[in-house]
Design a protein around this ligand. Sequence first.
Ligand SMILES: Nc1nc2c(c(=O)[nH]1)N[C@H]1C(S)=C(S)[C@@H](COP(=O)(O)O)O[C@H]1N2
Ligand SMILES: [Mo]
Length: 432
Amino acid sequence: MSKKETNLFELYAEDPDKADDIVFGRVPHPDRRGFLKGAGLATMAALLGGFIPFHRNMPAGFIPAAMADQPMSIPGKDGLTVLNDRPVNAETPAHLLDDDITPVARHFIRNNGIPPTDMDAAGWRLTVDGEVDSPIEMSIDELKKEFEVITLQLQLECGGNGRSFFDPKAKGNQWTIGAVGCSEWTGVRLSDVLKRVGVKDSAVYTAHYGADTHLSGDPSKLPISRGVPIAKAMDPNNLIAFAINGGPIHPMNGAPLRLVVPGWPGSCSQKWLKRIQIRDQVHDGPKMTGTSYRVPGYPVEPGEKVPKEDFEIIESMPVKSLITFPESGVAVPAGAPELTVRGHAWAGDDQVTAVDVSIDFGATWVKAELTQPRNPYAWQHFSATVRFPMKGYYEVWARATDDKGRQQPFAIAWNPKGYLNNSMHRVAVRVA
Ligand SMILES: Nc1nc2c(c(=O)[nH]1)N[C@H]1C(S)=C(S)[C@@H](COP(=O)(O)O)O[C@H]1N2
Ligand SMILES: [Mo]
C-alpha cells in the first residue's frame, strides 16, 4: 500500500471516527455515512481501487473488508496480529513474547469500545466513591504525592485467550495464544487508595469505569464496566498504574491511567480509568452480567446448552505456560539435534511450582529450570534442553503445574463463551 493509505489505515486503527471524518467529512447522520460525496467518496474509491456502487449503504465507521484484509500496523506496536479493527484487538505471536518483561510494543490490545480522544495526563481525574467514608477526586500528580509509588511485574491475560481452539467454535475474538503479557507497571496500590477513602462494612464489590465510548456512538452506553470483590481489591499487588516499563502507557493500553488487577481476567483491569465506585452488591455493569466472563459452574460437554443462571463469574485464571523459543516451525540441523527451549509460566493468584517439557507427544517429560517470580503475579521463566534422537517432525510441549497441584490439560475444558483455555502450548520442530 502507498504511504498515504498506510497512514489512513493507522488512523483507522487509532481512531476510526476521526479517520471517517477525514475520509468522508462530517456526515449529516451520525450513524450512517449517508451520501458519500465529493472528496470522501473519491478517497474511499481510490483506496479500494474502484467506484463503490452501493456506497450509500455503508454505515459510519465501517471499515471495508478490502482494507481490513491488509496487514494493519498500529503505531507503537510491533508484529502484533490484528484480529479486529473496530474495536481494535491485537495479539502477540508467541515468539515475540520471548522477553522476560513484555515490551510496550508487544503488549496485546483488547478493546471493547472506542478509546477516548483525550488522554491528557495533566487534566486527568480519578474519582473513588460509593460505599466509602470519604470519597476522593485526584489528579495523577496527587495520586503520586499522596500514595507510595511502586513498580511490579504483572501478568495480564484476556479471559478469552485461546478461544480460537474451541470446537464447536465460541463467538468473539479468535485469540490464539498471544492475548497475554507481563510488563513492569508503575503506580499506586489500589488497596492504599481504598484504605484512604475508608471502605464501609456495606461494601461488596468494586465497579470500574473508563473513558472509552461505546461502539454504537450512544453516549449513554458503556463499552465495559467490571469489578472485583473487595477482598481481591485489597490485594496489595493491584495497581492504579500510570507507567509501563518506565515510560508512558500506550494509548491502546489505557493511557494515562489504568487498573492492573493481575491474575484475574484482563477485563478486571479497566483502562482509561476515571472512576472506582464501591458497591453494596456484585457489580452489574456491562460485561459483568449474563454470560460475559463467566463459565458454567460445572463441567459441560462441547456444544452443550447451559442455562444462564448456571454461569459463574471467572476469578483467578488457571495455570498456563507459553513456549517463546523456538518459534513454531523451526528447523534444527540434524548434525546438532539439541535445542534449549524457553518460555514463561503463570498461575492466576497462585504460583507455578514446575514446568515439564516433552518432545514425544507427552509420553515422557523432562523437568525444566524454573525461576521464582520477581514479585507475586510476575511471570516465571523456564528453560529446558531437549535432544532429538533422529531426523523428523517433533512437537515440543510445555506443561506447567501450580502450587495446588493443578496442571495444564492436553484437551480444552470446553465452555460456551470460549474462556480459560489453558491447554498445553505446542510448537513444531523439524530436524532435517
Ligand atoms: N476501559 C476499558 N478497559 C478495559 C477494556 C476495555 O475495552 N475498555 N478491555 C478489558 C479487557 S477485556 C482486557 S483483556 C484488558 C486488556 O488490556 P490491554 O489492552 O492493555 O492488553 O483490558 C481491559 N480493560
Ligand atoms: Mo479480555
